[in-house]
Design a protein around this ligand. Sequence first.
Ligand code: PEP
Ligand code: MN
Length: 338
Amino acid sequence: MIISLKKHTPEIEKQKLITDLENQDFQITIIEGVHMTLLALTGDTIKVDDKRILANPWVIEVRRMDVPYKLVSRYVHPEDTIIEVGDVKIGAGQPLVIIGGPCSVEGDEMMCRLAQDVKDAGGKMMRGGAYKPRTSPYAFQGMQTEGIQCMVHAKELTGMPIVSELMSIDKIDEFVKNVDVIQVGARNMQNFELLKALGKVNKPILLKRGMANTIEEWLMSAEYIMANGNPNVILCERGIRTFETLTRNTLDVSVIPIIKERTHLPIIIDPSHATGDWKLVEAMSLAAVAAGCDGLMIEVHDQPECAWSDGSQSLKPEKFKTLVEKVKKVAEVLGRSI
Ligand code: PEP
Ligand code: MN
């Protein structure tokens, strides 16, 4: 970390700041420049409060040379992490994991039927929302406990692990008991109390990127889960808000190599919420696989026009099957399988 001080900072003020930093166990190297004085700070700067240093009227700028997270960082943990969900392994060049299923669970028969369709097409896990974060309080809010039970039944029939979204701490026990991967939705990415609580559970967490969050904020949220004791985090990009209106969100494909460079965690892509349009889902899936993601999460419904949520972005099972076949070919070019 570099702190730049105004050229004519009184010696007494400079010393006060240096002593304060040395008392916090940092080593300081002073560089007298032509236009300013630089203090190069070494030590565990992760806990430094930049804003407090900036409040000093003699300070011009505080520049962090390292990243503000450590447990998620590849610089600290160079090897790729593999997350295990039953027999399914995600990350580190393992076969791509495709997760499919409806936006919302709409009933037992529907969930079991779609789970079987997803499995037959080559999917490895099923998704389904039982607690739904809807923009409107008048929209369908999810089948809740009954919905979770439909997924448990679909798992009994197909053997596929369950991915489902948890929205509040009071339902954690229900999720730990019944769900294999606990999803934190885009809207809860910075619900820090929820993240802390999920740090204490022994289940993989699928952490979606918030629709208006930077990569660094997203990684800090992953750090919350890991710093509280749970190393099993899967990152999921689901599109961010931009000025574009022809798509629901804008899929940030560049995030894939950035995440691979900066972290050791697996990353999967959700092209359904990223586009909001079933016609774009296949192309974005192929692009994401080409860019090196570890898996995809795709909304599937056999009657999208009657879906209780997100029908316009849901693929029919036969289209999902074609997508999986194409993904397989792109993966093979890159030396990966599904
Ligand atoms: C979902 O996956 O069902 C969902 C609501 O996604 P997001 O949090 O990305 O909007
Ligand atoms: Mn949805």
